[in-house]
Write a protein that binds this ligand. Sequence first.
Ligand code: ZN
Length: 238
Amino acid sequence: MAIDEGALRKKEHTQVCEECFGTGTKLDPVKGAIPCPCRRRDRSRKLIAAARIPRRYEKCSFANFISEAGTSQDHALGAARFWHDQYPAVDRGLLFMGPSGVGKTHLAVSIVRGLIEKGFAGLFCEFGSLLKQIQDSYNPISRTSELKVLAPVYEADVLVLDELGATVPTEWVRDTMYQIINKRYNDNKLTIFTTNYLDKGNELEERITYRLRSRLYEMCTGVVMDGEDYRRRRRPDF
Ligand SMILES: [Zn+2]
């Protein structure tokens, strides 16, 4: 993406950094000239904005995920943390499966936020609204194109595709889902999925087709979450 770094910085720095006076370099008494920490904060801020994490999830982190020892949520938290700690030395994504309200999206967002702090680019997409954006781009008076909608989806180091299978699976939806997921697979990009459909009794397969389900299993490690409603027990401040 072509970002005018200089212009962005100027815009962001309504007040000049007191450590480097806006130069980006500060003098350390021992090490001499070093990059100013404000530049790292700038990068983090930009990555957070680019990740498009929805407001209701923006404070989600591993630290505020509540789970009791021995539950599937606790196991999922362990799997998510491990994956995050190993990244980029991981070769498969994650597929969080479980009913609504168990904290699947919370964990997916926690991973992305953690990776952004490590300097990687992440992107959050709710699958249904991504499909809607693609459809809207077909409208001749639309000011966007399918390519423009999909470029960040294809480029992100780590992509969260939230609510896989939630959209009524018409043929177009199935083809589009497959196209997006398969492209990331072929490009060796890692994707974290959440879905309300469990992989038993063909539930998931019916929503996304056999072809996509087998692709998912090549791309991801499945993490099943069940147990009592997580949202209900969540502290009210986030
Ligand atoms: Zn500075």
